[in-house]
Design a protein around this ligand. Structure first.
Ligand code: ADP
Ligand code: MG
Length: 613
């Protein structure tokens, strides 16, 4: 293969998910109604896409791998009104140049099919192939002939995460399509065809969000904007659930996402992001999609008009719902109705045994007044197993980068004791052993003690795991835990992720797992109980979580267990410390499950309610 082809391949094919994207788009262009995707080892070993589209004629099979060969544009002018997903004729030639590809196809109406093989750009075939109508393409050993690029592939978990995202974008754009995705033989997604966009959206965003979506529909001249925006109470810590589609294709467009976010102005706290799925249909001549090889970025003829359309549509739709700022006092009825715990991920909070109050002091964490409660058989404290290679856990990838950068600052502050001026002069009282009420400059703040402590611990754990310095303690006498065989296997499969969190487990034989190391901050909580909670969580997952997702879940699980609970009485000093630590959290407004940690009743609200103004 020539150098030029290799460079070109690099532009279109960056990683396994790019292959999946290109192959899926080809299947869509072929009018497929059913597409099955099989991936092995995150796509590094195999990506197979089988569709029931119109197929490729035997005579054209070899052409499909030719550079800039496309069947989708008849004339150069067509480039200015593209109606298909593909049109550059680059994908198959690029993929064929950097992998071992077998392309098999039987055109609709043809009596038999044919196959060609392309290994690193070397074509052989066509040979007869006896398959059902449609196209079957297998891409093996991506980048096998460009070892440096192959080496740069991330872990299968990371790569499959990207593939899931690509898959999701296509599934959202085409509700009528039947799609399946398997990874290493395990079903990751089975997406049946549905008649409404809402059904498809609900599948990916979950019931809770589905029930809180507001439909938008704004035809404007030749343009049409439609889709869904979620109630502000469904806000998120990043913009990952903001999707933008143009003429059935997922696109990236900072300006339009900004318009979406602007539509929520006043309804979201800073650092929180709306959920929204915006579909824009435009006559093809109004937009240039030939800006970037992956076609993810486009150029609109009238970008300003679109910006205004999105902003006005979102804003008006939310206004229709009569949404007021989340922390405003309603006119009548119960003061606040916030999403209950049932709406969060199913992480239960078992009560601690009586006599063991909250773990208010964790080794290495900002000091609390209580003495650390440490398991009896602990030998010594050393950093967790992965201390030497924090790189192994890419917590700072993409969208998380900003968040991580933020929490970096946070923990630096956390190294020094909490600011005395906060701890000292705060006037807070505890109510019902669950809430802390205090006076602030703006008004009156009510804090959920568990939610706030959990949030603070979560950020600290996250920071420490990223830096590889979460304390874990070697158990002098490893603790055996008996589990059902499949649960033991599930746990052992995740050994590495658990080790990153300071939880060392080993197979003891039979269905017994032994705990060899234990995160220091979990202190006296019985290892068996924690292990069971972790395994419940893993078993409850429908989809294969990505490595980052799993770590994040486990970190919030740990934070939840280590945090002071609702019902725990606190001393005035502990109250003051917890309130002071609030200033250290990057997002002190929400617990890791997204519930608010505090509610502010402004002075003005109070005055208004008491008819003083
Ligand atoms: P493009 O999609 O830009 O035309 P590709 O390199 O992706 O270029 O594909 C080259 C050609 O191969 C397409 O134009 C199409 O004719 C044919 N092709 C590829 N995949 C399929 C498929 N799944 N079904 C039918 N035809 C296909
Ligand atoms: Mg294509």
């Amino acid at each position: 293969m020539s150098v030029i082809t290799k460079i070109a391949a690099g532009e279109v094919i960056e990683r396994p998910s790019s292959v999946v994207k290109e192959l899926l788009e080809n299947s869509l262009d072929a009018g497929s109604t059913r597409i099955a995707i099989d991936v092995e080892e995150g796509g590094a070993e195999l990506i197979r896409v089988v569709d029931d589209g119109h197929g490729i004629h035997a005579d054209d099979l070899v052409l499909a791998f030719a550079n800039h060969a496309t069947s989708k544009l008849a004339t150069a002018d067509d480039l200015f009104c593209v109606r298909t997903m593909g049109f550059r004729g680059e994908a198959l030639s690029s993929i064929g140049g950097v992998a071992r590809v077998t392309l098999q196809s039987r055109a609709a109406g043809a009596e038999s099919g044919a196959e060609v093989v392309c290994h690193g750009g070397d074509l052989s075939g066509p040979r007869p192939w006896n398959g059902s109508p449609g196209t079957r393409i297998e891409v093996r050993q991506l980048f096998y002939n460009t070892p440096v690029r192959r080496k740069f592939l991330r872990s299968p978990a990371t790569e499959i995460g990207h593939i899931c995202e690509t898959f999701t974008r296509i599934a959202l754009a085409r509700p009528g399509l039947h799609l399946t995705l398997r990874h290493n033989g395990k079903l990751v997604y089975e997406v049946p065809p549905v008649s409404t966009l809402l059904d498809r959206v609900g599948l990916f965003l979950g019931r809770d969000v589905r029930d809180k979506l507001y439909a938008i529909d704004a035809p404007q001249g030749p343009a049409h904007l439609y889709g869904f925006v979620a109630d502000p109470s469904c806000d998120r810590g990043n913009a990952k659930l903001q999707y933008l589609f143009l003429n059935g294709r997922w696109i990236r467009d900072r300006a339009l996402l900004h318009a979406l976010q602007e539509g929520y102005r006043g309804l979201l706290m800073t650092g929180r992001y709306a959920i929204g799925l915006l579909f824009i249909d435009l006559p093809p001549e109004q937009v240039d999609v030939n800006v970037h090889p992956t076609k993810a970025e486009v150029r609109f003829r009238d970008a300003n008009a679109l910006y205004r359309l999105v902003l006005a549509t979102v804003r008006n739709r939310l206004a229709e719902e009569n949404l007021v700022s989340r922390l405003e006092v309603p006119k009548s009825g119960p003061v606040y109705a916030f999403p209950s715990e049932a709406n969060g991920p199913a992480l239960h909070e078992p009560r601690v045994a009586a006599g063991s109050p909250a773990l208010f002091s964790q080794p290495g964490f900002p000091t609390f007044t209580r003495n650390p409660i440490v398991p009896a058989n602990i030998a010594g404290t050393t950093p967790s197993a992965v201390a030497a290679e924090p790189e192994a856990f890419p917590l700072t990838e993409e969208n998380d980068a900003a968040e991580a950068a933020h929490s970096n600052g946070v923990v630096q502050e956390a190294e020094s004791p909490p600011a005395a001026e906060h701890a000292g002069d705060v006037k807070a009282i505890q109510l019902h052993n669950a809430y802390l009420v205090l006076e602030t400059a703006e008004g009156m703040l009510v804090i959920d003690q568990h939610a706030l402590h959990e949030r603070i611990l979560f950020e600290q754990i996250k920071e420490r795991v990223a830096a590889g310095c979460l304390e874990s303690q070697q158990l002098l006498i490893p603790e055996p835990v008996d589990l059902p065989a499949e649960q033991a296997a599930l746990l052992l499969e995740q050994r590495e992720a658990l080790a990153a969190l300071g939880l060392g487990i080993e197979h003891f034989g039979g269905d017994t797992v032994i705990v060899t190391r234990y995160p220091a901050l979990l202190g006296k909580r019985p290892p068996a109980a924690i292990l069971r909670t972790v395994v419940d969580h893993l078993a409850g997952k429908e989809r294969l979580p990505t490595r980052e997702q799993l770590l994040s879940d486990l970190m919030s699980l740990m934070a939840c267990h280590a945090a002071v609970r609702s019902g725990d009485p606190l001393t005035p000093e502990e109250i003051a410390e917890l309130v002071a630590l609030r200033h250290l959290a990057a997002d002190a407004h929400h617990c890791p499950h997204g519930r608010p940690t505090a509610l502010l009743f402004t002075r003005q609200d109070l005055d208004r309610q008491f008819r003083r103004i």
